[in-house]
Design a protein around this ligand. Structure first.
Ligand SMILES: Cc1cc2nc3c(=O)[nH]c(=O)nc-3n(C[C@H](O)[C@H](O)[C@H](O)COP(=O)(O)O)c2cc1C
Length: 207
């Protein structure tokens, strides 16, 4: 795992003509789906884009970034502010069934979640959806390394264009795209670019 984190890079060179087998892609998504989330509400959705024509369209929405078309698979990561309403009852059902909670606490938990994440169109709710979807995306990128795949996250795109072209409802948010594929053979990557010293951003006990 540590090796996967150390070796993950944002890849611009994907192997042309090599598809990711369906079972491998599903395994990748299943592993990412183990990500932690606020109240276990899992407010993410994913559109898998593999069709060359659809990737062309996606590339146009992504400021013409070639990797969008060159990677065999591009994932549109979608943060769903409606994840609270959609999943809260199921989460509580599972917690109750597994013995995490007793039925008398359900009402308190429901109120707690609604208070914490506010109304569906609030900024707090959008942040909730985006932060959890970003964790999903990060886990997916690390898991991809473990499966011999490479990735590239992207937020260089016109969100309205992607929503229109891929029929994504207006209330959803697209935190990033993630290109996934095999590294093109014979490629040597440049050394990893700068990272700040810990002393610049780590403080103990106060800001
Ligand atoms: C949320 C996010 C959005 C990004 N958007 C783009 C992008 O649109 N195009 C691009 O070429 N790289 C993009 N990157 C890649 C970053 O430039 C890259 O992660 C950074 O330079 C560090 O390199 P590394 O990922 O290889 O460690 C993005 C990265 C993240 C996490």
């Amino acid at each position: 795992m540590i090796q996967a984190i150390k070796e993950r890079r944002s890849i611009n060179f994907f192997e042309a003509g090599r598809e990711i087998p369906d079972d491998k892609l599903m395994e990748l998504l299943k592993i990412a789906n183990l990500s932690p989330s606020s109240f276990n509400l899992q407010p993410w959705r994913v559109i898998v884009v593999r069709d060359p024509e659809r990737k062309k369209v996606l590339r146009q929405c992504a400021f013409n970034q070639p990797k969008v078309e060159e990677a065999s698979t591009v994932l549109i990561m979608i943060a769903d502010p409606g994840g609270v309403e959609e999943n809260l009852e199921r989460v509580l059902d599972s917690w109750q069934k597994l013995g995490y909670i007793k039925s008398d606490i359900r009402k308190t938990y429901t109120e707690m979640a609604k208070n914490l994440y506010e109304s569906e169109d609030s900024l707090k709710r959008k942040i909730f959806a985006v932060k959890n979807t970003a964790l999903f995306a990060m886990n997916l990128m690390i898991a991809a390394k473990g499966l011999g795949l490479e990735t590239h996250p992207m937020d260089g795109f016109d969100e309205e264009c992607i929503k229109k072209e891929f029929h994504i409802p207006d209330d959803k948010i697209i935190p990033m795209l993630v290109a996934v594929d095999y590294l093109r053979s014979g490629i040597t990557l440049l050394p990893r670019a700068f990272r700040r010293e810990l002393s610049e951003f780590v403080r103990f006990e106060k800001f």
